[in-house]
Ligand binder design. Structure first.
Ligand SMILES: Nc1ncnc2c1ncn2[C@@H]1O[C@H](COP(=O)(O)OP(=O)(O)OP(=O)(O)O)[C@@H](O)[C@H]1O
Length: 548
């Protein structure tokens, strides 16, 4: 029931398709129940009075039922695919959206390919399970009641003999419940990890080529495959034993029906037509029992997927308030402490005030916490820091930083991330209002002539931006920041990949625009120190706090 509750909001979004799916499934079901009954009666009437009209009537009925069945089966499959695909993708997107709003440190410990695989397969398993079963459970129960009733009416003795097979099914299910769940969970995890390893091979292709680590990476892949394969075999073994219990139940029932049914015909308690009805109905009954038996197995599969999705959706989101501001005049830090592991403070009791109109430099040796500091004031570590951070006297945790980062903060990262799209789309990424002519201008001011690219702004940047240089990549990211014209600009190592000429141009731009902005630059480059109004040396800050 909890699975159904969880999934219903996604499935019920497509009410009309769902309705069509239900109606036509019911039509197919009615035909499947009616057909053996009509056929059995036809056999008996042929045996009793050989009438030509009976043959014509029966043929027409069968033809009509066949046509209706073909049409409804098509509609059922078509509407099923529609609802299934759309609902699964909705669930998939919801999980991804939730993840994107979880604290950034959650991602640092996770492998994105693994996570994607996991969410995708779990969403599909769950939606398919509910869609294929929520009507089927009812229909099969109804089938059991109706066909049992008719069989009972036809031959009470034969029907009663078959009833004890039901508790047998229940016993089998309860025995296999736990092992199936456990091995199913294990297999899914291992599969996702294996696919993520495969993905890593292509993602790190440069690294592998440059270091010629083909053998090592193949070895890693094979090890990951072996663990996945072991889990697969274990799951198959348990599944097989479980399914063969199903076949055993089928064989037992057939033995019973042929033996006792034959006896009843000999004793003239059953006609041939009735016998065919009971055989068909009984195979339906067994189909239902086998369905419920397998439902136990697919329920355990779905439960695994449900638990794994819940695990993600129950993870705490990052703290993000609802207050919005339209400009940033000051950022004040009071006794701010931050640590990745609760023991060693990377930022320790830090006090500082940033004001509009200044360029600030953050310097310090590798690992002193420069990038950490930037993430902290951007609100990415809201769940973890101690002390107070204020934007214009409003506490950071109360601010809608999603809105503020989108509208009035521009960031250029140390290793800029670009999207697989054109240069133009990369420069304007995330910016709602801009002037198209300005794109070229901004790039030019950073010493990047767009005409050197064959298709200008429409030139595609391929995965991992391999068709442009590191410096050009950085300039695209800087251009994006300047085009946005934000209130606060943060540049993490903006000069690391720039030539001397380009650094001068960058310095020029920064001096020109600093009047109504807070600009913070993380740098190791001594040359750029000239344009800084204030310097925060994290080596000194940390050592002062340590001494205190
Ligand atoms: N997600 C993380 N989990 C644990 N420790 C981390 C994490 N990210 C960074 N650190 C540690 O925090 C310290 C500061 O890292 P940070 O990246 O802020 O340094 P940095 O001054 O920007 O370095 P660099 O000059 O090399 O870019 C480092 O010792 C680093 O190992």
């Amino acid at each position: 029931m909890k699975i159904f509750k969880f999934v219903k909001e996604y499935i019920f979004k497509y009410k009309i398709q769902l309705f069509i799916f239900l109606i036509f499934s019911i039509i197919s079901w009615i035909i499947s129940i009616g057909l053996p009954y009509i056929t059995g009666n036809y056999i008996d009437s042929l045996m009793n009075f050989q009438n030509r009209q009976t043959i014509i009537d029966f043929t027409i009925k069968i033809l009509l039922m066949g046509i209706i069945n073909i049409i409804s089966s098509f509609v059922v499959s078509y509407s099923y695919v529609k609802v299934q695909t759309k609902s699964a993708i909705e669930l998939n997107f919801k999980a991804l959206e939730h993840i994107s709003k979880m604290p950034i440190l959650y991602f640092k410990n996770l492998d994105s390919a693994y996570l994607n695989q996991r969410i995708n397969s779990d969403s599909n398993t769950l939606i398919s399970f509910v869609l294929s079963n929520f009507l089927d459970i009812l229909i099969r129960a109804l089938t059991l009641i109706i066909v049992f009733y008719i069989s009972f009416k036809i031959n009470r003795k034969l029907t009663m003999i078959l009833i004890p097979l039901i508790p047998l099914y229940l016993a089998i299910y309860f025995i296999f419940k736990k092992p199936l769940f456990k091995s199913g969970y294990e297999l899914k995890e291992k599969q996702n990890k294996f696919f993520s390893k495969m993905n890593e091979q292509l993602y790190n292709i440069n690294l592998i080529k440059l270091n010629s680590t083909f053998e090592e990476s193949q070895k890693q892949l094979r090890t990951s495959f072996s663990t996945m394969f072991e889990s697969l075999l274990k799951y198959t073994r348990i599944s097989y034993i479980f399914s063969s219990s199903d076949s055993m139940t089928m064989i037992i029932s057939q033995i019973i029906i042929f033996f006792f049914g034959g006896m009843e015909i000999i004793n003239e308690n059953l006609t041939i037509g009735q016998f065919t009805i009971i055989i068909s109905y009984f195979s339906m009954i067994m189909g239902c029992i086998s369905y419920y038996l397998n439902l136990g197995k697919s329920y355990q599969d779905a439960l695994v997927s449900y638990n794994r999705l819940e695990e993600i959706l129950n993870e705490t989101k990052e703290i993000n308030g609802d207050k919005r501001i339209n400009s940033i005049d000051t950022i004040v830090l009071k006794e701010v402490c931050f640590s990745y592991d609760d023991t060693n403070n990377i930022i320790d009791n830090f006090n500082y005030t940033f004001k509009k109109g200044n360029i600030y430099g953050i310097i310090g040796q590798n690992g002193t916490g420069k990038s950490t500091f930037i993430n902290l004031i951007l609100g990415l570590f809201n769940n973890y820091y101690k002390g107070k951070i204020y934007y214009n006297s409003i506490e950071l945790k109360k601010l809608d930083m999603y809105h503020i980062r989108k509208r009035i903060i521009g960031i250029s990262e140390q290793e800029p991330a670009l999207i697989n799209d054109t240069i133009g789309k990369n420069v304007t990424y995330g910016i709602d209002i801009y002037n198209y002519d300005d794109i070229e201008e901004v790039l030019k001011s950073l010493n990047l002539d767009i005409n050197k690219f064959q298709d200008g702004l429409n030139t595609n940047i391929y995965e991992a931006a391999n068709n442009i240089s590191g410096g050009e990549k950085l300039k695209i990211s800087l251009a994006r920041t300047f085009l946005k014209n934000p209130d606060m600009i943060i540049l993490d190592e903006p000069t690391s990949a720039l030539d001397v000429n380009s650094i001068e141009k960058l310095e020029f731009i920064l001096k020109e625009i600093k009047k109504d902005k807070i600009i913070i630059i993380v740098t190791h480059n001594r040359d750029i120190l000239d344009i800084l109004d204030e310097i925060i040396d994290l080596n000194v800050v940390n050592s002062l706090n340590c001494e205190a």
